[in-house]
Design a protein around this ligand. Structure first.
Ligand SMILES: Cc1cc2nc3c(=O)[nH]c(=O)nc-3n(C[C@H](O)[C@H](O)[C@H](O)COP(=O)(O)O)c2cc1C
Length: 274
């Protein structure tokens, strides 16, 4: 882990708040190519981000609004103490032929009964193998006529997560989640809206259960039709017309413990007739 004092300031355009990394991150973090994802603290406040290359071994990190607020940046340059480690994430676009064979010790009924929505996350990164395991669980869900009309968009970019969090109070937890998965229904593959939503919902629940089984935490964020958030998702993820964003899962390592109540309710059970 690197520790240094650096100036937090506006960039030349005045639009971005940045910190210049005072060393060649490729050499120091032994990352000869690809995006360098980093995590650490700024004045003891945890962050996860990626570095932007400025050429010649120079890198900057852009601070989002939430981070600026947390450290009390008011637009005037300020010195901060920064710790920084490279995160060992595979590049997100490396989709393997087959996901790693990860299993968990939790039986299916325990997983179903003990899963709860987790909305607080630690800054610990989640490996790409785990994400692939979760994606695979989504792809194992039943679908009408086995059409499998879904696509999954994994978001790891802190700026996108932050943007999505800031534009929907019900998804505010994405600001600190390790990532998000957007479950999109393919309208060209499934013409019946009811089935499209049912198929995506089944995939979403499978993924939430696998997240829980892996010891991670996750939460389902709904996407209301005609909401501004849906429009933002379409724009941010450059979704083509055929794709409908149905749900968003925020995931990460849990940073909250929740009391587990029984959800059995006899009033919901009926035999033969209403
Ligand atoms: C369709 C759907 C939409 C949801 N949308 C949100 C949401 O936008 N934000 C959120 O924090 N939780 C959301 N949830 C999670 C529910 O709030 C949560 O599942 C419910 O309160 C029960 O809690 P549990 O998941 O811990 O059992 C959603 C769940 C579903 C099924």
């Amino acid at each position: 882990m690197e520790q240094f004092d650096a100036l937090i300031k506006k960039d030349d355009s005045g639009r971005l708040t940045i910190v210049e990394v005072p060393f060649d991150a490729r050499t120091v973090f032994n990352k000869p190519k690809g995006t360098i994802y980093v995590s650490g603290t700024i004045n003891n406040i945890a962050y996860r981000s990626k570095l932007l290359s400025r050429g010649g071994g120079k890198f900057i990190m852009v601070l989002d609004k939430a981070m600026q607020k947390s450290i009390g940046f008011d637009g005037q340059a300020m010195t901060a103490n920064i710790t920084m480690s490279a995160e060992n994430l595979q590049p997100v676009r490396d989709v393997p032929e087959k996901p790693a064979d990860i299993t968990c010790g939790m039986d299916v009924l325990t997983a179903i009964k003990t899963r709860q929505s987790i909305r607080k996350f630690s800054s610990k990164p989640v490996s790409q193998d785990m994400v692939n395991t979760v994606l695979c669980a989504g792809m194992c869900a039943p679908t009408a006529k086995n059409k499998r009309p879904y696509h999954f968009i994994v978001i790891r970019d802190r700026h996108i997560l932050s943007d999505l969090a800031r534009h929907n109070p019900n998804a505010a937890m994405l600001e600190f989640s390790a990532g998000a998965i957007v479950i999109c229904g393919d309208k060209n593959r499934e013409g019946l809206k009811e089935f499209l939503y049912a198929d995506c919902a089944a995939a979403t629940q499978n993924m939430l259960l696998s997240i829980h089984g892996l010891g991670l935490g996750g939460v389902w964020c709904g996407v209301a039709s005609n909401s501004e958030w849906r429009k933002l998702l379409i724009e941010q993820l450059t979704l083509p017309n055929k794709l409908e964003p149905v749900s968003v899962i925020g995931f990460g390592w849990p940073d909250e413990g929740k009391e587990l109540n029984s959800r059995w309710d006899t009033a919901m059970v009926h035999y033969e007739k209403w």
